[in-house]
Design a protein around this ligand. Structure first.
Ligand code: NDP
Ligand code: OAA
Length: 274
């Protein structure tokens, strides 16, 4: 991909330097054409000082609400509880916010109106999923149904509110257990740190109340596995992805790469895939 000439660099800020944020910061520091890492926000600056000192061009460390002043694009990669505090100040200033905690968007959907009113944008990457380009395209026509089955190792699901509230013991499972079957909206409530993918799929397609999701705790798998089936008037398609967990077992390694790919497209002359 080549950079468009004659444009000033887009400044990118990152909120949260965990398994996703550190990889995006490193990629920006190594160079994404047309983009520069301008700022980060972290909960505990001391914890991240060594990482930041190791960057070639260390960014400013700011508070969440200052990121929209220091950047054209604010990348949210923190827990979903922080989504509003990160996205609101950015889109209010007419900036773009890349949202990975997309499950949290459902309870904060007014942020989309706020962005629209102020010339801001909210960008949801494909993240740990596959094929949102095809789902987007099918949604231009008519999609009849979207179903997703997720299987995760035990460590990828531990602590989810649905499991805790229903007192489900997944630690001693010997075979796969279906934990949940319902809509993407319900899945996001019960599994806020584990099923962002279901919400991204729903927003690309038929919405959170018509996207149906099964969640399995599966001691026989080592990867986060998502299988999707779409029936539309233009096509029928099935897709599956087996994500290698990152240092955060709930998060697939490919998630950060998906954000980096999205960032690369912001200034690319040749863009492939919708
Ligand atoms: N869309 C998708 O496909 C996917 C989305 N996700 C979602 O992406 C998000 C990030 O995931 P991941 O990187 O793995 O999570 P991590 O837990 O590895 O990192 C989250 C980071 O956010 C930081 N943080 C917490 N509170 C604040 C705050 N108030 N201000 C600034 N930073 C803060 C944490 O700080 P500290 O280091 O101090 O704890 C941590 O560094 C999660 O919500 C996750 O559910 C994950 C996978 C796929
Ligand atoms: O959707 C999520 O939050 C994470 C996920 O399933 C994955 O990384 O495969």
């Amino acid at each position: 991909m080549t950079d468009q000439r004659g444009q000033s660099e887009l400044r990118v800020a990152i909120a949260g330097l965990g398994s996703i944020g550190t990889k995006i910061a490193t990629a920006l520091d190594h160079g994404i054409e047309g983009l520069a890492l301008s700022a980060v926000a972290v909960r505990d600056p001391a914890k991240h000082q060594a990482f930041l000192d190791g960057l070639n061009r260390p960014p400013q460390v700011l508070s969440l609400d200052q990121l929209g002043d220091a950047a054209d694009i604010v990348v949210e990669c923190a827990p979903s509880s922080q989504l509003r505090a990160i996205v609101e100040p950015a889109v209010k200033r007419g900036k773009a916010a890349v949202v990975v905690s997309v499950g949290g968007l459902l309870d904060n959907f007014d942020l989309v109106d706020l962005a629209r009113a102020n010339g801001g944008r909210i960008l949801v990457p494909t993240g740990a999923l596959i094929g949102l380009d095809a789902v987007n395209a099918a949604a231009v026509g008519t999609i009849h149904s979207v179903k997703m089955v997720t299987r995760k190792p035990i460590d990828g699901l531990k602590g989810a509110p649905f499991i805790v509230q229903n007192n489900i013991d997944i630690d001693n499972l010997r075979e796969p257990l279906k934990l949940f079957e319902g809509t993407a909206r319900e899945a996001a409530k019960g599994f806020p740190a584990n099923l962002n993918v279901a919400v991204a799929l729903s927003l690309a397609g038929v919405g959170p109340d018509r996207t149906m999701v099964q969640i399995w705790a599966d001691p026989t798998v080592t990867r986060n596995v998502h299988r999707i089936e779409v029936e539309a008037d233009s096509a029928r398609f099935s897709m599956s992805i087996e994500n290698i967990p990152s240092d955060n077992p709930k998060t697939g390694l490919i998630t950060a790469l998906s954000v980096i790919a999205l960032l690369r497209k912001q200034r690319a002359t040749l863009c492939v895939g919708t």
